[in-house]
Write a new protein. Structure first.
Length: 74
């Protein structure tokens, strides 16, 4: 009976470890997989604007108040 409980505890711990590591396995945003810019949280932003401006997988930049984002450049 105890070995059965230990088996379930081990299985639960193993599943928890897998679930914890899966988000870290996603591909990093960059030039090879993003035509827009990459946000700080590793998301490709394809609809660039003055708040998230950039191109070709570069880091998103925020344009100054008087600037406009055109072709990924402020």
């Amino acid at each position: 009976m105890i070995s059965r409980h230990l088996r379930f505890a081990f299985l639960g711990a193993l599943m928890g470890l897998v679930v914890a590591l899966v988000p870290g396995c996603q591909k990093k945003c960059g030039p090879d997989n993003c035509t827009g810019c990459c946000s700080p949280d590793n998301v490709c932003v394809t609809a660039t604007d003055a708040v998230a401006c950039g191109a070709s997988g570069s880091a998103c930049l925020t344009c100054a108040a008087e600037q406009v984002c055109t072709d990924g450049v402020c």
